[in-house]
Write a protein that binds this ligand. Structure first.
Ligand code: SAM
Ligand code: ZN
Length: 287
């Protein structure tokens, strides 16, 4: 069964390991962090924040939780699980494999993965952790019964020791490659899941006067990493009510871009069948 340990986390002020002290965590220099009643720790420092309440809002998190609970994105979670299992096959079974979801949102994908790995980790010990800059997202994630460590933190400065994270998952996220490189060993991987050209095509056709169909962007190298394999996942999802359609809109960047008319046209729909199209890409930490 996957397992997470508080000792995987380090102090955001000095990088020293955090150990359980009383109801929270503490480093050897005496920096202390309370554990929220949901079980997560907040390791975001004032310097990590660009605003008082960074990341996704409480409302966006709630909309994402409701939408993902309908199963509409289960195909994406399945594609992620396949990519993780492929990656695990190249790793020795003799030592634990730490996997971090960087920008974990309300925890849907890490939870799905934990259930999958319970049967498909090939006897490996997996350590799961999820971080997000939004305390609302991490609070929602920690309410799940996923065997994972949850923390509020930023991809810019991940609260993990250098070289300690074998696999980083970044779904619909904001990758910070220097931040990822700082915590990964050579041979560590980043699994990126991003929208493909046809993702939510039907929704876009309703809210925009004209749909721009971008090509799948090329697989470009990023600093400190070499590009590996790419898989495309395509499926369809049925959104059965106007409320579910509204939730999908709220959790995408289209929520900010749609015009009033576009929103009205979408709100008039009682149901919608949408195309799911994502690209799963692997990058490997280079020497
Ligand atoms: C589009 S959502 C995707 C959430 C989740 N991966 C999913 O697919 O359900 C992007 C997430 O990135 C978080 N985020 C934004 N900037 C971040 C940063 N610098 N570090 C960590 N998380 C960040 C937001 O709070 C939000 O939860
Ligand atoms: Zn400290």
């Amino acid at each position: 069964m996957p397992l997470a340990a508080a000792s995987d986390l380090v102090c955001p002020h000095d990088g020293l390991p955090l150990a359980v002290r009383g109801a929270g965590l503490a480093c050897a220099r005496g920096h202390t962090f309370d554990r929220a009643k949901e079980g997560y720790v907040n390791l975001l420092t004032v310097g990590d924040k660009a605003s008082r309440d960074p990341g996704d809002s409480k409302e966006m998190v709630a909309a994402r939780r409701r939408l993902l609970a309908t199963g509409a994105y289960d195909g994406i979670a399945g594609a992620l699980c396949d990519a993780v299992v492929r990656d695990l096959a190249d790793r020795p079974a003799s030592r634990p494999v730490p996997i971090l979801d960087a920008g974990c949102g309300e925890g849907f994908y890490l939870d799905f993965l934990a259930r999958h790995l319970a049967a498909h980790a090939g006897g490996r010990e997996i350590r799961l952790a999820g971080i997000d800059i939004s305390k609302w997202a991490v609070r929602a994630a920690a309410k799940r019964d996923t065997p994972a460590a949850w923390a509020v933190a930023s991809n810019r400065r991940l609260p993990f020791a250098a070289g300690s994270i074998d696999m980083i998952l970044c779904l619909f996220g904001f990758p910070v490659w220097e931040g990822f490189a700082a915590v990964q060993p050579v041979g560590g991987t980043v699994l990126m899941v991003d929208p493909g050209p046809d993702h939510l095509l039907e929704l876009r056709a309703i809210i925009y006067p004209e749909v721009r169909r971008n090509e799948r962007p090329p697989f470009v190298p990023v600093p400190g990493y070499v590009p590996g394999v790419e898989h495309a996942h395509r499926s369809t999802a049925h959104l059965p009510t106007a409320a579910v359609i509204a939730d999908l809109l709220s959790m995408t960047p289209h929520a900010h871009r749609a015009t009033q008319d576009g929103r009205a046209r979408l709100a008039a729909r009682a149901s919608l069948d949408i195309t799911i199209d994502v690209t799963v890409r692997t990058y490997t930490r280079a020497r």
